[in-house]
Design a protein around this ligand. Sequence first.
Ligand code: ZN
Length: 162
Amino acid sequence: MDGSIKTGLRGLFKVNVLQNLPEKIKSLRAGLISVEEFQTWINSASADELKLVPQGILLRLKRGGMDKVMLASVNILPDCVNCHGIYRQGVFESRNEHASCSKYVDQAVQGNVLVSIQKPKWYKPKAGQLGPESYYSCTSCGSIWNLVEPERQCNGLWERIA
Ligand SMILES: [Zn+2]
C-alpha cells in the first residue's frame, strides 16, 4: 500500500516538473524572464527532475546562449493547430513554393493567426539563408516563425525558430 502511494506521488511530481520546464521556456521566449534567470532555475533543478529531457538538449538549455536555448525550445514546446498547418516547414523546392507559402502567411496575418514581429535579437540566421527574412509570432501559442525570400540559388524557407 505504502509503495503504491509513493510511486503515485513520484509520478505526479515528475509531471509537475515537466510542466514547469515548458512554462519557464515560454516566459523566456515572451521576454518575461532573462536567460540568466532561466539558467539559474534549470541549473538548480535536480538531475532526476530533468531526466526525461534528452542530454544534448539539456546541455544547450543549461549552458547555451539565448540562441541555443531557443533552438532547443523547438524540441520542447509544441506549436499549435493554428500555426502548424500554415505551410510545410523547410527549404522551398521552387520559387513557386515560396509564392504559395507567402500567400498563406499573408492570409494568416490578415486572419490574426500570426502577427508580424521584429527579428528576435538572439536569432542568428543560418549560413545558407540569403534572401530577406520576415518573422512572425503565433497569436495562440507564441511560436516564432521565419520566412526567408528566395535569393540566387536559395529558394527560401519557412521554419519555426522558437
Ligand atoms: Zn501556434
